[in-house]
Design a binder for this molecule. Sequence first.
Ligand code: SF4
Length: 174
Amino acid sequence: MHDGLTEGFDFQTLKTNGIKVNYLYVCERKLWLFDRGIQMESSSDKVLIGKLLGEFSYPREVAKEMLIDNLINIDIVGSDEIREVKHSNRLAHADRIQLLYYLYYLKQLGIEKRGVINYPKMRKRQEVILTSDAEKEVEFALVRVQEILSTDKPPQLQRKPYCAKCAYYEFCFG
Ligand code: SF4
């Protein structure tokens, strides 16, 4: 079935968790470890984001969380935009692909919106638009996620600037 812009792409087979698409851009090894159920991530991120969300004022009518197919969990769904709230833009490239994926996913359901990433701590906002190039990027990302997760061993260790802050640091370097 040709479901996307990329030849042979089948969204129904390749759709996955938003967090996995995010991790693809953070670290392929982290993605693999997370997928195998090696979950060392503390809940502190979620707690922090929840706290920030509470402190950050949105118009009441748009403040709505949406979970779709148990795969994507959008922080805020408004009439023409969806928003994600992140506590830092340290991994902005990963935040961007995750939100593009959400926009792509919604488009498959016949819903077209634009995306906004809020970094309330830094008083920044980043607009994210699903262009046709961005759609292809999402499709390549989903194909790549599947490639990585179909291997028996985790991708080779490659130190990154943010390893020290990663929940898998002890696993990788301990
Ligand atoms: S510690 Fe570094 S190499 Fe290991 S999973 Fe985390 S980001 Fe990847």
